[in-house]
Write a protein that binds this ligand. Structure first.
Ligand SMILES: Nc1ncnc2c1ncn2[C@@H]1O[C@H](COP(=O)(O)OP(=O)(O)OP(=O)(O)O)[C@@H](O)[C@H]1O
Ligand SMILES: O=P(O)(O)OC[C@H]1O[C@H](OP(=O)(O)OP(=O)(O)O)[C@H](O)[C@@H]1O
Ligand SMILES: O=C(O)c1cccnc1
Ligand SMILES: [Mg+2]
Length: 599
């Protein structure tokens, strides 16, 4: 048993205070009463939990939330106060014996089969198969859905960000302040990590799930300093000698010397900002990462005006201006001569100068600065400009590590921004992403459903005018068939009574509803998608630690062809049914579809 595993089990014990049997829709409990009253206590059912369409106009989804579902089953129990509340809330005619029945209810007779958490999954393939007494399987519906829906949506969103960002860029989740409430924020941090983010700013998520917590500092920290006199002390102890260094004096001197490289006079840079950065460096000499876009240079101080106005006044609005930036490498002097001073320049002139001065002063004290964060303006252009500056400083002062300072970018970033920045060329090492990621702005819900597919051993089908909404009846198995090149080819649903497909054996795969759509597949590998995770009142397959689920997402995505994963007009992945299941669905459909009468 690995140490990670122990941590993971501890996490399981700590999470989800609000996930409890009453976190459900009232109708589950009223249905339970009606089932109970009509003598259905011993009826058994099979429910499938699945979704019908991939989110974000994509053709894949990442399945997540399984660990939390298991925890829910493990803890499922109505407390005395739950029962009291239900007694008060349900109509007075409810027979008291029903509450006695609820009191003793647990998930001991439930069997839960699922696809491995972190796998790529597709429409109509059940993610969970829940079997057991009808009443309890029904009572689980809403909570299982809420646990899987957002988790999978979030993990998918994060995985998409990771795909567009590429593997060489770090991704940090900064979304708690904008998330859908505290639980939404916590889940967003957890499932962003699973989807491929490297860390979160959410401290509670870090503690609960063992996710790396990371962060920089805010504008308020910079604006809280006005002059160099605001510095409490000028001193920093040298990293090795422990001798006192005057960080303030060193930084001021470096700022003077840097004007030769950065082409800015120290008088124009903000002293309040320098004081703030020195102060932050004193607090975190080995982790100095500074926000550099707070202050305008003194001569062009437009603080306090609305941004649009500022842009007009400057004559250069950043990435969307006509003044030549457009995210390209443009000499700063060119912009200045044609457009006056820009946001970009101001940042460079004050923030970057002050940062470099403090970084060089820290270097004199035996420390290496980490980097900068840019939170406004043209992120492509600014990052390139910052990197150029770092190169110049590295060369001039013979400090090769200055070339590799980290550049973090934030500010309303989404998939499109990242793609566009890549196209333009940038020097960003890390994106800090909040709002668009955690609110899943492009698509706020996944739309998983939970449908009855069998009752007392008898298949059930739910018909709909919309063929896409017809359920696939019966107790089924799902297999992923791989092609000769190792890529996943098709997911195949079969009746559980059928033999599993075999490697090298021809299988007829049929579209579930379109008779003419069928194909033979000779798989080079067959993966049975379900494992039993919960049986006889306990977890029987332990979910993997978060880091392993995170790795699973990437390895599972690698099995998909590139055209299925691409951002624009991706190719749909095929989901099929066996010939046997096809016939079964359509016979049942005919049996259940009423024959109309023409008059
Ligand atoms: N090079 C770029 N290409 C495409 N989009 C960019 C680029 N640089 C920044 N962006 C995006 O453009 C938007 C800029 O937002 P906004 O108009 O609020 O500007 P801002 O710089 O934040 O202004 P202010 O600081 O004055 O509020 C953000 O969503 C940001 O991610
Ligand atoms: O833009 P997001 O993707 O949501 O990322 C998180 C944002 O939150 C922080 O500031 P906040 O927006 O609260 O204030 P500011 O932009 O005015 O600094 C940070 O500076 C980012 O801009
Ligand atoms: O640490 C940061 O830089 C951070 C954290 C949350 C939101 N925005 C930025
Ligand atoms: Mg912002």
């Amino acid at each position: 048993m690995s140490c990670d595993y122990l941590i993971n089990n501890k996490e399981m014990a700590r999470q989800n205070g609000i996930v409890q049997p009453l976190l459900t829709d009232l109708y589950q409990i009223t249905m339970a009463y009606a089932y109970w009253k009509s003598g259905k206590v011993d009826d058994t059912a099979v429910f499938d939990l699945f979704f019908r369409t991939n989110p974000f106009q994509g053709e894949f989804t990442i399945f997540a939330g399984l660990e939390e579902c298991l925890k829910f089953l493990e803890n499922f129990h109505y407390s005395d106060s739950d029962i009291e509340y239900l007694v008060q809330t349900l109509p007075p005619n409810i027979e008291p014996e029903f509450f006695e029945y609820l009191k003793d209810l647990t998930c001991k007779d439930i069997k839960l089969s699922a696809i491995e958490e972190g796998s790529v999954v597709f429409p109509r393939v059940p993610l969970l198969r829940v079997e057991g007494p009808l009443i309890i399987t029904q009572l689980l519906e809403t909570t299982l859905l809420t646990l899987v829906n957002f988790a999978s949506l979030m993990a998918t969103n994060a995985a998409r960000y990771r795909m567009v960002a590429g593997k060489n860029v770090s991704l940090l989740e900064f979304g708690l302040r904008r998330a859908q409430g505290p639980d939404g924020g916590l889940s967003a941090s957890k499932y962003s990590y699973i989807g491929g983010f490297d860390g979160t700013s959410n401290v509670l998520a870090g503690k609960m799930f063992n996710i790396p917590v990371k962060g920089t500092h805010a504008h308020s920290f910079v604006t809280s300093f006005s002059t160099l006199d605001d510095l409490h002390t000028a001193v920093l102890l040298h990293a090795e000698t422990q001798k006192q260094c005057n960080l303030l004096e060193l930084a001021v001197e470096w700022r003077r010397r840097l004007s030769a490289v950065i082409d800015v006079s120290p008088e124009e840079a903000s002293d309040g900002e320098l004081a703030a950065l020195i102060s932050y460096a004193q607090a975190f000499p080995s982790g100095f990462l500074a926000l550099v876009d707070t202050y305008d240079v003194k001569r062009y101080n437009f603080q306090g005006l609305p941004s649009r106005h500022r842009q007009h006044t400057n004559g250069h609005s950043g990435y969307n201006s006509n003044c030549g930036s457009n995210g390209r490498r443009v000499r700063i002097s060119t912009i200045r001569s044609t457009c006056g001073y820009s946001t970009v320049e101001r940042t460079l002139r004050s923030g970057l100068l002050n940062f470099c001065a403090v970084a060089l002063a820290l270097n004199d004290c035996g420390y290496r600065a980490v980097g900068i964060r840019i939170d406004s303006g043209d992120l492509a252009y600014l990052s390139v400009l910052a990197r150029d500056t770092f190169h110049q400083v590295a060369e001039k002062f013979q400090l090769p590590w200055f070339n590799h300072l980290t550049i973090v970018a934030s500010n309303d970033i989404n998939e499109e921004t990242i793609l566009s920045l890549h196209e333009q060329g940038h020097a960003i090492d890390c994106f800090g992403i909040g709002t668009h990621l955690v609110t899943c702005q492009r698509q706020p819900a996944l739309g998983c459903v939970y449908k009855l597919v069998e009752i007392n051993g008898q298949p059930r089908i739910k018909l709909s005018q919309d063929v896409g909404k017809v359920t696939i009846p019966g107790h089924k198995e799902a297999y992923r068939l791989f092609g000769a090149d190792g890529h996943a080819l098709i997911d195949l649903l079969q009746r559980s009574s059928e033999p599993a497909p075999e490697v090298g054996q021809k299988v007829l795969c049929r579209h579930p509803f379109q008779e003419s759509k069928r194909a033979y597949v000779i798989p080079s590998k067959v993966e049975h998608l379900y494992k039993i995770y919960w049986k006889e009142g306990r977890i029987c397959t332990f979910p993997k630690p978060l880091v392993e689920v995170r790795e699973r997402v990437q390895s599972s995505l690698r099995t998909l062809r590139q055209d299925i994963k691409r951002n624009l007009n991706p190719t749909p992945y095929k989901v099929a049914v066996s010939d046997d299941l096809y016939t079964f669905i359509h016979e049942l459909w005919l049996q259940n579809a009423p024959i109309g009468e023409l008059s």
